[in-house]
Write a protein that binds this ligand. Structure first.
Ligand SMILES: Cc1cc2nc3c(=O)[nH]c(=O)nc-3n(C[C@H](O)[C@H](O)[C@H](O)COP(=O)(O)O)c2cc1C
Length: 267
């Protein structure tokens, strides 16, 4: 699947350069993204992630270093600032460092997820830079996408939580952007099929224990709003073995009551 990007975070310019070189050589992504937005303490206490938004000289050293150490495009993902919104200034600094595009999650680090993303800032950032701007934060519905792309004029959108347990959201958004209407909501059968495929892909890349943990985290998103699956969800969540879990999830499809229902469940 292309294009793919690999994100790195850190606070030491030399190790970031080294990491970028290793990634370019060993994994051949299309883009390397620098994480300048993570507000998690484990990350920021080392001076990385969103903490770099407080120290623009250090940020500049890291970003310039990474850009110059690889031959592929480098992007950066920021929040609006640490405790103050300095995103206009930061975006210009980043453009001058040579990044190829900028992703902005429209909240400050100190906001966590406690307030709504402030989309009003995208227009001002866009006016201030010439590289493409990717908008992020609380984008969930197809008309969020068309508003940001057509009315605000951002170049692309990024969806995070809105895609958990509903990876088809990208197809729906693309349809809406292209044709002005959405494809139908997936049926339960279709949802389970997608989840089973995701599980297969997880099994290919991570061990059983982590796959089980991720299934437990995601199942409630996949089955959200489908009351008929409630009892089974509990059984799945209390299972430790992957094969049992997969068979219980597959069983949701063959359950005659549920499979017989062609109701479309809102997501
Ligand atoms: C569980 C979880 C893990 C995340 N991990 C990362 C990460 O590794 N790097 C990153 O840049 N953002 C990360 N984010 C932030 C999202 O990429 C995104 O910026 C944020 O959730 C806002 O977008 P949304 O409202 O579409 O979810 C993470 C978010 C969540 C919920």
């Amino acid at each position: 699947e292309r294009p793919i990007g690999i994100q790195i975070f850190g606070s030491n310019a030399e190790s970031m350069k080294e990491a970028a070189r290793i990634i370019e050589t060993d994994f051949h992504p299309d883009v390397i993204d620098i994480n300048l937005g993570c507000p998690v303490k484990k990350v920021t206490k080392t001076g990385a992630g969103a903490a770099l938004l407080k120290d623009l000289r250090k940020l500049e050293g890291i970003v310039k270093g990474v850009v110059s150490s690889v031959n592929i495009p480098v992007s950066a993902k920021i929040r609006l600032g640490w405790d103050k919104n300095n995103s206009i200034k930061v975006s210009k600094v980043l453009e001058d460092c040579g990044i190829s595009f900028l992703i902005v999650h429209a909240r400050r680090a100190k906001d966590g997820y406690n307030i709504k993303a402030d989309w009003s800032v995208f227009e001002r950032i866009k006016r201030n830079i010439t590289i493409p701007l990717v908008a992020n934060g609380d984008i969930e519905k197809p008309d969020d996408a068309t508003y940001l792309l057509n009315e605000i004029g951002v170049d692309a959108i990024m969806i995070g939580r809105g895609a958990i347990g509903r990876p088809w959201v990208f197809g729906k958004m693309k349809d809406f952007i292209k044709y002005g209407r959405c494809s139908a909501e997936p049926t339960l059968h279709e949802r389970i099929k997608v989840f089973l495929r995701q599980i297969e892909l997880m099994e290919e890349s991570i061990d059983e224990e982590r796959t089980v943990r991720r299934i437990k985290k995601q199942i409630s998103y996949y089955l959200k709003g489908i009351p008929e699956t409630k009892n089974k969800t509990h059984e799945i969540l209390t299972t430790k073995r992957l094969d049992k879990m997969v068979s219980l999830i597959s069983g949701l499809i063959s359950n005659t009551y549920i499979a017989g229902s062609r109701r479309l469940y809102p997501v």
